[in-house]
Design a protein around this ligand. Structure first.
Ligand code: VG1
Ligand code: CO
Length: 546
């Protein structure tokens, strides 16, 4: 049955430029008439070849997910898409969406999420378009979509009854076929193709104490399927496993602040041997071991160093990459093990070309993002599985043992990120400008016994397609010993957020287990001196330290 295509007149919004990971705004912004429609039609108008192809659609289950899915289905039908694969209940984690696009050879997918940002009617919403192959749209495409959104004057849709997303099966809408599938099955299969399930099952069914916290967000159903059904972990080891539209009123950002209860249980009370948490859309991870927190930079370095213990990477990795602000712990491993290491701007889209070209197999960001070439997004559960596989292969060693051995071999990169949230744009720019104008004069100068070797504004030339990304953060480098990085966030929905990243390397054995805050305090005051942080922000302290 064909459904009549309607062309609806609209007017452009001027704020649909994508940030670090798609378009993110307050729910109320997305609820404006035609707001979502304009963006989606801009994608259809800009990116060629949708007619007759497959799309993947779903999100992290936050408030407005269902409504947005219905809108996109009616627009997909009107724009000639042949098939849309939707997750049951409209739920698809970000890494699972990337996998489905790859597995079903889809032309692309819409992922509905504002990641870890709070949800609910007053919370945030977001949308991102991923291309064939599962990767995030590159800047050239997001720029073109934005340009189109600035001049759009009509969109297409069909009149449709509400599509049932809560039962598995196939429905039609005009010429469009809609398949509602259980994506946890595809995802579990993918994990099974990468990891040693027998070894992990043996670990999880032993006296090893394990917990995973889904933070009331998207990973709950995936974690249940994997850890409980496939790997034999006890049902209560997966916590907060039902995705809620408001994430239970919480802030599903897996870090020591927002996952404080879990951290207390594992770090302070030592009540578990290993625990992990993920964020709203399932692409971030936090790894904890009895008595300690594994910093994301260390986690990436340890996984890269031990990749051969995991079946999928048993022949070694060709290369690895980290975003510029991420600690250089990875570089130390690359130097010793002889694989190639890349430094890219913040945002997963910059890894995609390197992954496609086979130049890297593992990559990560300091913002609790780790992943590999199995999909084109960071993948929280992949990181948890990788750690479990590693611990199963090095049975008898605790997370602390693994880390200490790592630091002994490669040195330790102490690391902190200080966020100054809800600043005005001018305040954030004044800090950036204060540092920017000193950059050329800094090399050779000494601070707290450290000598500046490089001070610049980071830009990146993509080695695969030659594209250039400029203005990707300011960095002050003190040889291999330390670094200060400052950049403005590209994911916020109100005001400006400034991120200050501090890193200091220590390699003498007695220096490997010091409190991070103590090690970095001198560097933090150097950063304050260089950027005038307190002066320009009017703040005594950051709003969040991770
Ligand atoms: C932040 C992180 C970045 C991450 C991005 C999306 O961006 O710093 O590393 O890729 O969020 O993550 P920004 O521009 O605010 O610093 V997610 O989990 O939102 O998809
Ligand atoms: Co996320």
């Amino acid at each position: 049955m064909t459904a009549a295509v309607r062309t609806i007149a609209t007017q452009p919004f001027d704020d649909q430029r994508a940030g670090t990971a798609g378009l993110r705004k307050k729910v109320q912004v997305f609820q404006q008439a035609n707001y979502l429609e304009n963006f989606v039609q801009s994608v259809f108008d800009t990116h060629p070849g949708f007619a007759g192809t497959t799309l993947v659609l779903g999100g992290d289950g936050r408030y407005h997910n269902d409504t947005a899915i219905q809108t996109i289905l009616a627009m997909a039908a009107a724009n000639g898409v042949a098939r849309v694969i939707v997750g049951l209940g409209g739920i698809v984690s970000t890494p699972a969406a990337s996998h489905l696009i790859r597995k079903y050879d889809a032309h692309g997918g819409f992922i509905l999420s504002a990641s870890h940002n709070p949800a609910g009617p007053r919370g945030d919403f977001g949308i991102k378009f991923n291309i064939r192959g599962g990767g995030q749209a590159a800047s050239a495409l997001t720029d073109a979509i934005y340009a189109r959104s600035c001049e759009i004057d009509r969109y297409r849709c069909v009149d449709a009854d509400t599509i049932d997303l809560h039962n598995l099966g196939t429905q039609t809408l005009g010429d469009l076929t809609i398949e509602v599938i259980d994506t946890t099955e595809d995802y579990a299969e993918l994990m099974e193709s990468l990891f040693d399930f027998d070894a992990i099952r043996a670990l999880l069914t032993s006296d090893f104490r394990f917990a995973f916290d889904a933070m009331h967000a998207v990973t709950g159903p995936y974690a249940k399927r994997l850890f409980v059904e496939r790997l034999g972990a006890s049902p209560d080891s997966v916590r907060n496993a039902v995705p809620l539209p408001d994430f239970g009123g919480g802030h599903p950002d897996p870090n020591l602040v927002y996952a404080a209860d879990l951290a207390d249980e594992v770090i302070t009370r030592g009540a578990l041997d290993f625990a992990a948490a993920s964020d709203g859309d399932g692409d971030r991870n936090m790894i904890l071991g009895r008595g300690l927190f594994v910093s994301p930079g260390d986690s990436l370095a340890v996984l890269a160093a031990n990749a051969r213990l995991i079946p999928a990477y048993r022949d070694g990795i060709a290369g690895a990459a980290r975003s510029m602000p991420t600690s250089r712990a990875l570089d130390a491993v690359a130097a010793q093990q002889g694989f190639e290491a890349f430094e890219t701007p913040t945002g997963w889209k910059f890894f995609c070309n390197l992954l496609d070209a086979g130049r890297i197999a593992v990559c990560g960001e300091e913002s609790f993002g780790t992943g590999s070439d199995h999909v084109r997004e960071k993948d929280g559960l992949w990181a948890v599985m990788a750690w479990l596989n590693l611990l199963a292969a090095r049975r008898g060693e605790s997370v602390a043992d693994v880390l200490q051995a790592h630091w002994k071999t490669f040195g330790r990169h102490y690391y902190e990120r200080h966020d100054y949230e809800d600043l005005s744009g001018e305040q954030a720019d004044r800090v950036m400008q204060a540092l920017r104008q000193q950059l050329t004069a800094l090399p050779g100068r000494q601070f707290e016994g450290l000598t500046v070797t490089v001070a610049d504004e980071f830009s990146y030339d993509d080695p695969i397609d030659g594209s250039r990304a400029e203005g990707q953060g300011l960095r002050v480098v003190f040889g291999d010993d330390a670094r200060i990085v400052v950049r403005k966030s590209g994911t916020g929905t109100s005001g400006a957020t400034l991120r200050l990243y501090l890193e200091e390397r220590r390699s003498d054995e007695w220096e490997l287990t010091l409190p991070t805050r103590e090690v970095l305090s001198a560097l933090a005051s150097v950063a304050d001196t260089l950027c005038g942080l307190r002066e320009h922000t009017g703040r005594d302290a950051p709003s969040l330290i991770t």
